[in-house]
Structure formats: C-alpha cells, structure tokens
Ligand binder design. Structure first.
Ligand SMILES: Cc1cn([C@H]2C[C@H](O)[C@@H](COP(=O)(O)OP(=O)(O)O[C@H]3O[C@@H](C)C(=O)[C@@H](O)[C@H]3O)O2)c(=O)[nH]c1=O
Length: 204
C-alpha cells in the first residue's frame, strides 16, 4: 500500500491509500499511568477530515480463529464502513469493484489488531472481508446507511481472479459465503451498482 496523504484533526490521523476512498484511520491515544484514552469516533473531527458521513449503525461480530467473513459489498454507492478490531487480530481484505476506478479489481490487505489502534474506512463500491487470526476476534464496524438485506451481496472469498492469499487453511464460513458467486458471474451488475463512481466514459 502506498500512503499518499496524511492529515490530522483532533486526536485522529488519516492516511489515504492508493485505492480512492480507502483510508487508514489512526486514533492517537492519550496515555497516562492508568492506561490510555482515545476517541474512537468523533463527528466534529471526522467532518474536519472530510469524513462527513454520520454513522447510523454500529455492528459487532465475534469470530473464532480461521473464520472468514466476506467478501461483502452493498450493491450501490451508498455505504462507507469504518472497521476496527477491539479484541484479537485479523487479516483484512478490501477489493475495489468500481469499474471506472484505476484500481478496479485490485486487492489490498491489512493486519488489524487490538494493540495497534488502526481503523479502516472502506469506501462504497469496495468489497470487504476478513479472516480471524487469533483464538477469538471482536470486530466493531460502523456504517452510514441502515442495513438493507436486499442490497447485501457476497462474492467468492477464494475467487482465483482475485488471488487473495488467506493466511489460515480450512476456513470456517457461513453457508451464504460458501456458496458465493464469482466476480465474473457478478461483473455484469457492477456497472449498475457502482458505475456512478468516477469520470464518465470518454471524458478526459
Ligand atoms: C450486517 C447485518 C446483518 N444482520 C443479520 C443477517 C444475518 O442473519 C446475521 C449475520 O449476518 P452476516 O452473516 O451477513 O454477518 P457477517 O458475515 O459478519 O457480515 C459482515 O461481514 C463483514 C465482512 C462486513 O464487511 C460487514 O459489512 C457484514 O457484511 O445478522 C442484521 O440483522 N443486521 C445487519 O446490519
């Protein structure tokens, strides 16, 4: 990952990646003899950083070692997701599905854990998934639109086209994720879902 830009507001740092809208968010904890204190979300700081999406829902999942969740994406350009690990460690994956993005179908991976307080902002039009590396992992993720099961799409975690090198063998999966379609099977829908991203075809 190439860090292209870093900015800060309040106690929060944001580093852009080479996938447009995919951000690494680094809270700066205030440490003292008791331990530390950190804002995990602040509407004012986020707005100052250009992240003016109010969170409308926060979710928590617990996964045991080896579990893979994903790859999931909302079938429109409405949802950004803020992901952080509050217990344990995981291997996190983001795939750009926006046909007009210069990083279309590229994969980026991160290790997130409860020691290093990095959060990820996953932009609309990018699929997200992870594999639990520790005995148990608790993930919190906030979204800026309400959940809509009709729009909740899953893509095959093991699609050779993506070539994701998941760290642990024999993953534990939900039935939905086990039966997820390939990228090629869903590709005809991407223009409808994510075609609104980026410059119009033919424009310079
Ligand atoms: C996401 C969600 C799920 N559910 C329900 C649906 C289902 O019965 C149960 C578990 O949902 P899932 O199996 O989809 O959970 P999970 O596989 O953990 O889904 C999550 O995966 C990670 C990778 C993401 O990025 C998230 O956006 C989300 O898609 O909870 C809700 O009621 N509200 C919600 O907001």
């Amino acid at each position: 990952m190439t860090a292209e830009q870093c900015r800060t507001a309040g106690g929060i740092g944001v580093t852009a990646t080479d996938i447009d809208g995919l951000l690494l968010i680094t809270p700066r904890p205030r440490r003292d003899d008791r331990g530390w204190f950190s804002r995990t979300y602040c509407a004012v700081d986020y707005a100052a950083l250009g992240l003016d999406h109010p969170l409308v829902q926060e979710n928590q999942s617990r996964s045991r070692r080896g579990v893979i969740r994903g790859l999931h994406v909302r079938a429109d350009l409405d949802e950004a997701k803020f992901v952080r690990v509050v217990r344990g460690s995981l291997f996190d994956v983001v795939v750009d599905l926006r046909p007009r993005s210069r990083t279309f179908l590229q994969v980026r991976t991160f290790e997130l854990n409860d020691e290093d307080p990095r959060h990820l902002r996953v932009p609309p039009g990018c699929a997200h998934g992870f594999q639990a590396l520790s005995a148990e992992v608790d993930v919190l993720y906030g979204v800026d639109v309400p959940y809509n099961p009709v729009k909740d799409v899953t893509l095959a975690w093991n699609d050779p086209l993506l070539g994701i090198r998941w760290p642990l063998p024999g993953p534990i999966l939900s039935e939905r994720d086990r039966e997820a379609p390939s990228v090629s099977a869903l590709r005809p829908r991407f223009d409808d879902w994510f075609g609104g991203y980026g410059p119009a075809p033919g424009s310079s």
